[in-house]
Design a protein around this ligand. Structure first.
Ligand code: KIV
Length: 300
């Protein structure tokens, strides 16, 4: 199996990537190439068979892609959470295909070994199966994504089947699907009742049959996360779905302490970059005001 990304899109895959001016980002000319294999959809499915937990994190830009990849993420998700954590919208609903394309290209330019999954935004796959396949194709062809993700169960299964037939790996997403926030009446844990649990289990099976290579489970009881994980052959990726899922995903801004809005209970914060940035900007501002920056050594 080749470990190079196939050519495509407007990306510069395989070229040395300069990261000059981005502190902490390795990968400029002369950087060591990662010895990790490239992650493909079949390789991700194989990880479930081996019982190897799958590490998924969102990424929307070049440095995050490079750093998360070097840190060991196996899937980088260009999520439509982009809308809330980067673009400042109140929900994911305004995100467009062009937004996802723009950020997927940036993530792919870092040439990660991780599988790059591009999220299909609201109204890019709901109108018709044909529209769904065309937009999924754009994310792969123009964005350079390795796979796409879309929300929903039975309703989207025919579109999933068409995409898979076209050669596009698809990740499903069930439970608290944020693009349905208006219908749900808010971001609430889903499938608490028995009938809803049965429906979710059935829809997980339908998505597997339609050809999904993995399935995100969001905001559901941990017990149901375990039930679905045991019931299907493709990996489940949990976010607020308990510890029994085959992998876990977190929004990078949540785990890094960069998101300023509400933090759900399932988020574990691994850093406080928001505070670190505030402190750094503050010291810089103070140095400029006091004419301590730049020094002679920082001048030509
Ligand atoms: O958009 C996103 O980041 C997602 C994850 C939370 C699964 O869909």
């Amino acid at each position: 199996m080749s470990d190079e990304r196939p050519p495509g899109g407007e990306t510069r895959r395989g070229e040395p990537l300069g990261a000059a001016g981005i502190p902490g980002v390795t990968g400029g000319p002369g950087a060591k190439a990662s010895t990790r294999p490239r992650f493909t959809a079949p390789r991700i499915v194989e990880m479930k068979r081996r019982g190897d937990p799958i590490v998924v994190v969102t990424a929307y830009d070049f440095p995050t892609s490079r750093i998360a990849d070097e840190a060991g993420a196996e899937i980088l998700l260009v999520g439509d959470s982009l809308g809330t954590v980067v673009l400042g919208y109140e929900s994911t609903l305004p995100v467009t295909v062009e937004d996802i394309l723009h950020h997927t290209r940036a993530v792919v330019r870092a040439n990660p070994k991780a599988l790059v999954v591009a999220d299909m935004p609201f109204m890019s796959y709901q109108v018709s199966d044909e529209q769904a396949v065309l937009n999924a194709g754009r994310l792969v062809k123009e964005g350079g994504a390795d796979a796409v993700k879309l929300e929903g169960g039975e309703r989207v299964a025919p579109a999933v089947r068409r995409m898979v037939e076209a050669g596009i790996p698809v990740m499903g997403h069930l439970g608290l699907t944020p693009q349905s926030v208006l219908a749900f009446g808010g971001y609430k844990v889903q499938a608490r009742g028995e009938a809803d649990q049965e429906r979710l289990l059935r829809e997980a099976g339908l998505l597997e049959q339609a050809g999904c290579f993995s399935l995100v489970l969001e905001g559901i009881p941990a017990r149901l996360g375990g039930l679905v994980t045991r019931a299907i052959g493709i990996p489940t990726i949990g976010i607020g779905a308990g510890p029994q899922c085959d992998g876990q995903v977190l929004v990078s801004h949540d785990l890094l302490g960069l998101f300023l809005g509400h933090q759900p209970k399932f988020v574990r914060r691994y850093a406080d970059l928001g505070e670190a940035m505030r402190e750094a900007f503050g010291r810089y501002a103070a140095d400029v005001k006091a004419r301590r920056f730049p020094s002679d050594a920082e001048s030509y």
